[in-house]
Design a protein around this ligand. Sequence first.
Ligand code: ATP
Length: 286
Amino acid sequence: MRAPAKINLFLRVVGKRRDGYHELGSLMCPVALYDTLTFAFGGAGGIRIGCEHPDVPEDSSNLAALAAGLFFETAFDGNPPGGDGLHIRIDKQIPVGAGLGGGSSDAAAVLTTLNRHFGSPLAKAELMRLGTRIGADVPFFVHGGPAVATGIGERLTAYRHLTPWTALLVYPGVVVSTAWVYKNLNLRLTKGEKKLSKFDFNGRIFRLDEDLVNDLEPVTEKAFPVIGTIKRLLRKQGAAAAMMSGSGSTVFGLFSNSERAKSACTALCGNQQSQRWTLYVADLLI
Ligand code: ATP
């Protein structure tokens, strides 16, 4: 099962709830960069995770394990039917702590795959509800396709007005903690900003020059100026626009076709500063 990454084309933080969660408005789009999950039933009972990435836990804190546990708890009172064990191998291609939602996507892939495997005992809305208990971006990946997320990410509306850009993703090799970024976000909410949660781009084509925005970018960029450097280089190489995804640290440039994105990728690889960076060319999955 392939689990795609996502980028945020619009991310406005519109408030903070009493329970500490931030309310946001975000347009997210899956992109063609994937983790691969392999499911094997049988063997000893319980859920086991295999992942060779050094920053990804193999214990019950792995988001894929949490998702499998929640699924079995909800659909079958805790145990996989037949008492079989489940082993999930994760081949990690999406960089970790990169603002690309890799862990959330793995969790969503587990929810949808197990549900299908066991004859769809849960409705999609129920899977999305379970997803919110794992992470804010999980419902988006269960939903599938470009979507506008509101609330804490759990209310989703499909968005069908994106142009088929190709993204050049540049991961600068720095892991950013989403919690740290939100802690350092200065919430000066004006009425004007709040109105933006209504999404001016809804119902029409998303315009890069007017609509692309990420409230979290200044926070992460202040701590990691390399974000600004990458944005400038992407624009210099012909990107129609460049911005940080989610809480970072990945920066994406948008190109009108994959040839342009690939030649920008080659040019950036030749840059002296790029030794710690990882670059990916990935079409938007619209
Ligand atoms: P987001 O865009 O949702 O903020 P992110 O790209 O910043 O996501 P992730 O890569 O999803 O962050 O993971 C962040 C943390 O989650 C890491 O500390 C990682 O160890 C932990 N984690 C747990 N399970 C997974 C998983 N299956 N894949 C990746 N990270 C996982």
